[in-house]
Design a protein around this ligand. Structure first.
Ligand code: URA
Length: 211
């Protein structure tokens, strides 16, 4: 795996991931557990935020204590499944800004087609964390990262639940400067671009839209 790849294999995350993988997990529980995992993964994705100091008074004395400073956070959801990770991240950092990117792959031309792009301004001043539960072929994540860079983002990370080795390789080849944070590295992609063993279609699982 490239040095930019971080696996967060905390026992609680692995346990919760098994709940998501189970085919009999209901939609409501799927969403709740996804939110919980996003919170913990978000701790890893934000672990290098710059800290300054602030002078405060505790009930007993005055002193200097750590306080976040510097880059402001922006989470960017790659639609639609990325939305499932946003609530957990906002539980962690309620003041963060949120962007959305919609990209699909044209079945005829196989080109990435953007249908929605909305982000906060001044991306160059922000730590931008792109989120999508599944890093499969990486085509949409690669396009989304290109667009965010075009809009000025300089400090980017990519956070997902499951990554396929093929997706990690393709994403790192296209954006070696963007660290990837994942909860699991699965075995492979199938012929339809689904991750094995995986959890199925993340959007369908979280919104109950299958069939
Ligand atoms: N997207 C999904 O939702 N699931 C996969 O397995 C691959 C891509």
């Amino acid at each position: 795996m490239p040095p930019s790849f971080t696996l967060v294999d905390h026992p609680l995350i692995q346990h919760k991931l098994t709940i998501l993988r189970r085919t009999d997990t209901a939609t409501a529980q799927f969403r709740q557990v996804l939110r919980e995992i996003a919170f913990v993964l978000g701790c890893e994705a934000t672990k290098d935020l710059a800290l300054g100091e602030v002078e405060i008074e505790t009930p007993l004395e005055r002193g200097n204590f750590p306080y976040l400073e510097g880059k402001k956070l922006c989470f960017v959801s790659i639609l639609r499944a990325g939305n499932g990770l946003i609530d957990g991240l906002l539980d962690l950092v309620p003041s963060a800004r949120v962007g959305h990117i919609g990209i699909y792959r044209d079945p005829e031309t196989l080109q990435a087609v953007e249908y929605y792009f909305k982000t906060p301004d001044a991306l160059e001043e922000r730590q931008v964390i792109m989120v999508d539960p599944m890093l499969a072929t990486a085509n949409t994540a690669i396009s989304a990262a290109h667009r965010l860079k075009e809009k000025g983002a300089r400090n980017l990370k990519f956070m997902c639940l499951l990554a396929a080795p093929e997706g990690v390789e393709a994403f790192s080849a296209a954006h070696s400067d963007i660290p990837i944070i994942a909860a699991a590295l699965d075995r492979e992609l199938n012929d339809h671009g689904y991750i094995l063993p995986g959890l199925g279609d993340a959007g369908d699982r979280m919104y109950g839209t299958k069939g």
